[in-house]
Write a protein that binds this ligand. Structure first.
Ligand SMILES: O=P(O)(O)OC[C@H]1O[C@H](O[C@H]2O[C@H](CO)[C@@H](O)[C@H](O)[C@H]2O)[C@H](O)[C@@H](O)[C@@H]1O
Length: 231
């Protein structure tokens, strides 16, 4: 990897630790200094399943972010949908979000967030049986609404069908440039598989199609510091 090459980084679990509270995953000072260092040498993107609103709260606006699993590019000039029907899915999510209280009453511990182009239910506070019922419910909601069910780390989500990090990254790959892609969750596997020529890094345990592995976000940060040092 050298100056001008590309770096695509997942956020939760890759750059910051996974936490049971999804609302407070702010980038700390060390992370910002790493991202700034990378941004000076490399063509860098954060690629996340998070909403635009979350990423604007967690990170300063100077970074390029691909949000909602690849549906939306955030830039300092504004948001650019990367798929044709984005606004239709926003409306679908807004109408599902109207059922927030009903869903919270049906599934004890469920925390539902409208990602404005996705719906996520955080399941950290739920017992296993209730999560199972929630999955069934969300599966039927997906069928009714035309959204896609996605089961991640302690989240049950509805995401825009067909959207995935792999295709999103491919849109931004530059011919003749090396790329590093890192991530910790199932959606990142889609990025690894669709970019098998890249330097792919799995963060944490579990099966993977990535070529390399680091144990956690701290080792990932060390690797990124090394990348800056060598550039
Ligand atoms: O693509 P990512 O940057 O990894 O984002 C994917 C999901 O991130 C959030 O959930 C994950 O992080 C939470 C905070 O650590 C954690 O509570 C949750 O269990 C994780 O799955 C976010 O809430 C989801 O909407 C994103 O899809």
């Amino acid at each position: 990897m050298g100056p001008g090459d590309q770096v695509f980084l997942d956020y939760d679990g890759t750059l910051v630790p996974i936490s049971s509270d999804p609302t407070s995953c702010f980038a700390d000072r060390e992370l910002l200094s790493i991202l700034d260092g990378l941004g000076e040498e490399y063509d860098m993107y954060i690629v996340t399943g998070r909403s635009a609103e979350d990423m604007r709260r967690f990170l300063p606006p100077r970074y390029r972010v691909i949000a909602l699993h690849g549906a939306l590019l955030l830039t300092s000039e504004g948001d650019v949908p990367l798929i044709p029907d984005y606004s239709r899915y926003v409306e679908i999510c807004n109408s599902i979000a109207l059922r927030k209280n009903e869903i919270r009453e049906m599934f004890h511990g469920a925390r539902l967030y409208n990602k404005v182009g996705g719906i996520t239910v955080n399941t950290w506070l739920m017992d296993t049986a209730t999560r199972g019922r929630l999955e069934d419910f969300m599966r039927s909601l997906a069928e009714e609404s035309g959204m896609e069910l996605y089961l991640g780390k302690q989240v049950v989500e509805l995401r825009i069908p067909g959207v995935n990090k792999g295709d999103a990254i491919r849109k931004f790959r530059k011919h003749g440039r090396k790329a590093l892609i890192a991530g910790d969750d199932i959606t990142d596997e889609e990025a690894f598989i669709k970019n098998s020529d890249a330097l792919t890094v799995k963060v944490g345990p579990g099966e993977t199609s990535a070529r390399y592995r680091v144990s956690d976000y701290m080792e990932m940060r060390s690797l990124l510091r090394e990348l800056i040092r060598r550039s």
